[in-house]
Design a protein around this ligand. Structure first.
Ligand SMILES: [Zn+2]
Length: 250
């Protein structure tokens, strides 16, 4: 690391060309939409094949302690499928781990490596596992599992029983990074798609979206918050709006 690293302009890379294939791996339904929904939309709109992977079952995503566990899991699956359709994703894959209890396990690393080898994404997007003060254990753990799975997927001596060729993505983009060094611009169409995909997750209206489903005013406030957040991310990179990432080249 050069001593002057933090004095440099943050954009170390131009926006990436539309990849043929992309995979997001998030802890919960809605994480990929918050972190990279606009980018995912723009790339699928440009012809990319996209897979959305969710590591947990989303069963803790409610402030109602009486809600039926299986009903909530089923609802979150339906919401994720709707959001994936808005973003143009071709498939959704579930690892189904208990929400809030995700542990780093060799079996999960292997499962994610298998998905990477099967779908062969040029770009993998996930949580930044090194984000300081990230409280949610599933976000930290998912990010680290994905990093470890990317390393395994590219090395042919890992998991020869999987029946897939090794695969090395050209880039890993980490959302919610403390020190983003890469940004993808968000135009109006991609902004609208990101908002629409987020609003598919109606079960999360109360917990993460300021009750956006409850009234027009609340929905407007939520859309304004997303807008402001994307403008903040874009500013250091010279974009009106952007989704910013830490970019790793595996
Ligand atoms: Zn989450």
């Amino acid at each position: 690391m050069s001593p002057g690293l933090h004095d440099q302009a943050p954009n170390t890379s131009d926006p990436l060309p539309t990849p043929p294939s992309v995979m997001t791996i998030g802890a919960h339904p809605d994480d990929a939409e918050f972190g990279a929904g606009a980018t995912l939309f723009r790339w699928t709109d440009g012809g990319a094949e996209a897979t959305i992977v969710i590591t947990t079952d989303g069963s803790m995503g409610s402030w109602d302690p009486r809600i039926d566990h299986a009903d909530l899991v089923a609802q979150r699956r339906r919401e994720q499928v709707s959001a994936a359709a808005v973003l143009g994703a071709h498939s959704v894959a579930w690892l189904g781990q208990p929400d809030g209890e995700l542990r780093h396990a060799p079996t999960l690393r292997k499962a994610i490596a298998s998905l990477i080898r099967k779908h062969r994404p040029d770009i993998v997007l996930t949580h930044d596992p090194w984000q300081r003060y990230q409280l949610h254990p599933d976000h930290r753990t998912t990010g680290m599992l994905v990093i470890d799975a990317v390393v395994a997927a590219r090395e042919p001596r890992f998991y020869p029983d999987q029946g897939f060729e090794a695969h090395r993505p050209s880039a890993v983009l980490l959302w919610s990074a403390d020190d983003p060094d890469h940004a993808e611009p968000v135009d109006n169409q991609a902004f609208d798609a990101k908002v629409e995909a987020l609003l598919c997750h109606t079960s999360q209206s109360q917990t993460t979206m300021g009750n956006a489903a409850a009234s027009d005013a609340a929905r407007e406030r939520f859309v304004e918050q997303i807008d402001e957040h994307l403008r903040e991310q874009g500013r250091p990179f010279g974009f009106d709006r952007a989704e910013a990432f830490k970019r790793i080249t595996p």
